[in-house]
Design a protein around this ligand. Sequence first.
Ligand code: PMP
Length: 355
Amino acid sequence: MKKVIKELKPYVPEKTLDEMKSELGLSKLVRLSANENPYGTSKTVKDAVVNWAYSQSNRYPDSDATELRQLICQKFDLDPKQIVFGVGLDEVIVMLSRVFLEPGDVELISSPTFSEYALHAEIEEAKVEKVPVLANGGIDFSGMLQAITPKTKLVWICNPNNPTATFETVDDIENFVKQVPKETLVLIDEAYIDFVTEKNPSAMDLTKKYSNIVVMRTFSKAYGLANFRVGYAVFSKEVAEQVQKTRLPYNVNSVAQVAATAAFKDQAFVADVVEKNAVEREKLQKFFDKVGFKYYQSQANFIFFQYEDASGLAQYLLENGYLIRTGLLPNWLRITVGTSEDNQTIIKLIEKYLG
Ligand code: PMP
């Protein structure tokens, strides 16, 4: 076995809600720790999945995810050859690490950010270098530029960033990319981009201009399809062709393709989710202002906030039926923005906890 695997600290997935409820003796538990969609999934997905031709179960799925690919290309004006699908963005992160990192290469990340970038770099025996975020939680682009050397193969930009929820403009990203050597790939993880309420937030168009840019999207968040595991990366055509060589031929199954296709067609559902999220996000941020919690301005469906007794507060919320994310930074907690009802309860609980 590779030495690196023996020493690897694995990603810890969420326990099932049933498992947690029985452990804690709770009748109700709301998970606000995984940035899932609290509004469920478009109703059209259910029909599409139920009507899927079960008789096709013995056949391999469409390896190209043709219909879904076409829809995405139409919406973002892309060439079909630019897209590589994955079993969630999780699998896309694995593919990118596998394709671009050799032992001894360097991957550059902003810190804190999504833990899977570093995990998969380690598996490829690459070195991970971190540039701390700025005081406002944003990415330190000039620090990142200074840290790049000929050994730097990948640079991750999570936008909005998990866990800080902060957002970088396309202009700032393009200005950064212009200064990055062409041999270094800039990976822009837009898992939460749908929740951004500022105008034209996506860097998708930059994939047509720069061969060293990759933009990644998922159906797990605003589309409410986390269980179906569909994500994709958009590259320049030449790079996509190389990455396709490593993709397992039938990675995205037909039911997942059907679900994602139906979800993508129902943009009204996504718009509604985004609008509700923005309202509830604002309520929660105002509440944090009121009680004096430090937090970063969120453009996502979660908020990262600081409280001196973070684990005590998280435990109190858990005992009262709300699971939030601990362990990302000492004294910091990440909470997914829930429904209006959940938000109200959370606010009352925190008020009570603070006395
Ligand atoms: N990127 C980021 C920033 C995430 O937060 C997540 C999910 N937690 C993922 C990628 C992976 O998402 P999925 O595999 O569900 O598409």
